[in-house]
Structures are given as structure tokens and as C-alpha cells.
Design a protein around this ligand. Sequence first.
Ligand code: ADP
Length: 332
Amino acid sequence: MDTRELVKGLKDRGEIVEIVEIGEENLSDKYAEQDILAINVDMSCTLRCENCEKFFDCRSPARMEIYQRRRMTQARDAMTNIKHKIAVVGGKGGVGKSIMTANMAVSLAMRGRKVSILDQDFDGATIPKMLGVENGRLKIGDSGIVPVEGFLGVQVVSMGFLLASEEVLTWFHDMRRSATEEFICHVNYGHRDFLLIDMPPGTSSDAMNVMEYIPELAGAVVVTIPSDVSQNVARKATLLCRKAGVPVFGVIENMSGYVCPKCGEAVNILSTGGGENLAKEMDVPFLGRIPLDPRLSKCSDEGTPFVYKFPDSQAARNLMQVVEQIEKNLGY
Ligand code: ADP
């Protein structure tokens, strides 16, 4: 291999980070005129930026170029007509992230907005069931994958449409990334006011994938429950948003107290105030408390949107206030 090829190869692979010319004007080979000043000893960089856990920390000037070159530009094109993309993050599983996403989507639709949900929680893809469209099927049309349309025109894209409920699929990192790309780059979302993204729990590569791929997220909503354990994880999810440059709209404290439907007494089963504390600590707005309400759970099992069926309940009113605050934040 001649010097030219060797240097070019090293440069392309990011192994040479700095080159200076030594000014031998008459040398015919351009690469022979250059001195290597430093080499990149951190061989862990494979230049596969979309696969890298250091993505948000990386300061390499090559990062944006590589990032743009790959499929991220497709994501931008596919989502160009969505006005606001909002991630719903929850840290721990089971805190009510999906039920909040589904009901926030319906609340927004009740306010006349065009809403889609991207259910990125591959292991717990429950949105189709919660919105009563679990028998729907994603279709492929001329302009890409067509979402399933449900109540009040809320559109859903979810792995739940593709996997039978008794099917177990062990998702490995690359499979998750490919599925994420598919749902972000090849869906025909059309013109929407909002896309709510039900994020995978935790701060794993799944969550990173979504934040890397989705261009210009308007912000994130953090869902937590009052317990300390849950807040610790929600704090990390909030920090991941910060790291990714995604603004945090605020924190929802779900399962915050229980009002007995018979006697009306309010009981703080899981204590209260944790969400508010987290919001204070992270210096983000506290969006509100959603009490435990058995009808919320029943509605989601039956596939009926709770906020629509029980608009006067405390939980529905508080949820409506949450979406009002989000809209206000976005200038509505
Ligand atoms: P996650 O998406 O965070 O894993 P889910 O939204 O699937 O959590 O909620 C977990 C379970 O808790 C569901 O069965 C849901 O119906 C129930 N649930 C969540 N929030 C409430 C609430 N405020 N009142 C009653 N049940 C709730």
C-alpha cells in the first residue's frame, strides 16, 4: 500500500486526528507532504456514531458529519410535517408512562389537535390495547408505513401491531435500533400537531436511540410515582434528556394519592410530594398530580380513553391541565 492510501485509510477511520503540511512544494504526492502530529489512541471509536454510547458526550467534529450522512436525514424528512415532538420518559417501568401518553394524546385530540403516538416501549407495547386499536394492522403504502388510526383520529405506531401477544421476541441492541429507525424514518406521519413518544423505560441504548434519531424534539415529560426509588430512576431519565439537549417540560406525579369512590376520603397510598421534589431539584416545572383511580386502569384494559369517558374526574381534570401547560409552553 502506498503512503497516500495508508494515510487516507487512517484518516477515514479517525485514527489520525491531526495532520500538518510540511511545505515541500514540489512533491507530487499530496499525502507525502504531511506530517502526522498525533494519532487517536482511543481505538474504541468505530465511527459508527448512531451505535455509540458516547454519542451525546462526543466532541469530535466528525460526529455531526457522520450523523447527518446516515439515516438521520431520512428521519428529518419523514417528520418534517410534525409540529411538536414530545418524549414521555419515565425511568422505571410501571409508573404509568404509557397510560399518561395515551390519555395526554386523547386530551390533546379533545382540544382539536392532530395527534400521533409512537410507542417505542418495545417490551411493553401497550398503547394499542389502551386505545382499543389492538386489532389494527400497520399497512405499507406508496409513502411508507401507514399508522393505525383510532379514537378522535389519534394515530398509533407500535410494535404491538406486529407481535402476537403470546409471542416473545428477545430484542438485541441492533434489532432495537433497526426497529427504531424503521418507525422513525419510514412511517408516513403526514401533517400532525403533536407526536407523543412513549419512551422505553430506563436510560439504556433504546432511550438513546430515540433521542439521537428524532430530530428537534420539542421537549420531554417525565412521569414518576411518589416513591424515592422511582424518583431516582426518573432523575436519571431527566439527566439523559439534558445531556441530549432535550428541554424538559416538567414532571407528572402519577399514582399520587387515592380518593375512595365510596366515602371520598383521600389516602396517600404511595406517599406524596416526590414528583414535586424532583421537579424542584431538577429546576423544571411540576406539571401536576394524577391520583390512583381504578377507572383509569379499567378503561385502559378495556381500550376506552379515560379522559374522554370521565372528563370530570380529578385524574382527567389534572391531565387536561398538564396538556394545557404543555401547549402554553409551546406558545398555543
Ligand atoms: P409504564 O408504561 O410506565 O410501564 P403503564 O402505563 O403500563 O406503565 O401502567 C402500569 C399499570 O398501572 C397499568 O395497568 C395502568 O393501568 C396502571 N396505572 C397507571 N397509573 C394509574 C393510575 N393513576 N390509577 C390507576 N391505575 C394506574
